[in-house]
Design a protein around this ligand. Sequence first.
Ligand SMILES: NC(=O)c1ccc[n+]([C@@H]2O[C@H](COP(=O)([O-])OP(=O)(O)OC[C@H]3O[C@@H](n4cnc5c(N)ncnc54)[C@H](OP(=O)(O)O)[C@@H]3O)[C@@H](O)[C@H]2O)c1
Length: 306
Amino acid sequence: MPIRKRTVGWIGAGRMGYEMAARLAKGGADVLVWNRTRAKAGPLAEYGARVADKVSELAARDIVFCMVSTWKDVKEVMADLLKDSRSRPRLVVECSSISLEGSAELREMLEKKKIEYLAAPVSGNAKVIKAGKLTFVCSGPKKAFDLARPFLDLIAANSSYVGEGELSRIVKICHNVFLGVVTQSLAEITVLAQKAGVPRHAFLDFMNRSVLGSTFTRYKAPAFVNLDFKVTFTPQLLRKDMDLGLDAARKFGVPMPLASATRDLIQSMIGQGWTEQDFATLLLQQAEASGVELKPENVEVGDGLS
Ligand SMILES: NC(=O)c1ccc[n+]([C@@H]2O[C@H](COP(=O)([O-])OP(=O)(O)OC[C@H]3O[C@@H](n4cnc5c(N)ncnc54)[C@H](OP(=O)(O)O)[C@@H]3O)[C@@H](O)[C@H]2O)c1
């Protein structure tokens, strides 16, 4: 189905939602966007998107995407979207990182209104979206995935369909538990190498070119080397995802000792007031705990994205 034949509603123009909606609009989709703080959505007009005053205006669109923070927020905006029963979208694509239970509740809520539903969380930050390297993991009826696919393709490099129901939610939760554990581990070994005398840029250059280097370790290198902790993902949102992982682990009877320890380290960081910068400040906490004073190395380091 050509993208111009369907209208799109977009809920949420935060760090992620803004860049995702921008790709849709730049790709030629007819996008009407709503954000709680209207001003953040305004610049999307530059790409041809229109900005709605109320979320309920999006109910008349064919497909509505949602990218907000937590399940509580999704529930609130969805209730507002659907409160006027005169119009309803054909399909809702929900992209926030939420629990299996929240996603199932949303499916029930939408089924009652005969609206199709694709659960479609993502991997990658705003910079990754801009670089065209975001990926979706999707679950729900296959026909909902097929309907959404041309739009997903405008936003992301790949969309994996993993099956019915809420399966994509557990995939995303597992992914972000790994994100937390990997970041803490990277902080530990970077501080260890530095304390033993290796400059961070030299250590990470080797790691990133080794078999253990990844897109993620490469794009975190500039922050680790030059201590630029401008937010890509907040510590609070990462704690939410670690908690989702540990809740699921309890439900399914899976021990997760590394995830548990990492969750508490993230909590310690938040408790000490490191909340306004990127979650990669786990490095600063690790340095402090190791009696190491970190200074920016002021070395140009590629992020592997541009
Ligand atoms: N950042 C990442 O790297 C990343 C990567 C993958 C997935 N995620 C997931 O993507 C989601 C969004 O993350 P983000 O980094 O874009 O967060 P963010 O920058 O904090 O944006 C949050 C968005 O949700 C909206 N919102 C929050 N509560 C709301 C409510 N009660 N009613 C209406 N709107 C509400 C905010 O509106 P206002 O502008 O009015 O505050 C904003 O548009 C989260 O579930 C996160 O876990 C993030």
